[in-house]
Write a new protein. Sequence first.
Length: 155
Amino acid sequence: MRVGIGYDVHALVAGRPLVLGGVRIEHPTGLDGYSDADVLTHAVIDALLGAAGLGDIGTHFPADDPQFKNASSLRMLERSVAMLNDAGYRVVNVDCIVIAQEPRLHSHLAAMNSNLASRLGTVDVNVKGKSPEGLGAIGHGSGIAAQAVAIIDET
């Protein structure tokens, strides 16, 4: 078994949709980024690629490549899982934390779990939402961060 850790953070800005774990969430601001800026899915991708020793999200999905402009992060996750499978690995489980002052995420967690599990080929996905309790830039509502840990195994 191998373990990988992923992290991502994006600023919140007006005029963008808020997408987390492939779930579009009603909110006055969204995450700024080249793709859909889904910090949760980006953290999962980095955890998976790291566990397999396959680099990181920027290596495989560079922000200067036009094919990834406003791209679905779930599609990037599917491609990442295919890379893992081609390298002889399968996903065992993924555990994640989304850190956001707003919006509250509890009512969206089941959909995030489902979206990620269906792309990962496992039902062993756990997404949690945590508040920074008003501390720091994220606590002041300037952005959202996510962390993920992935365990993979040889097929």
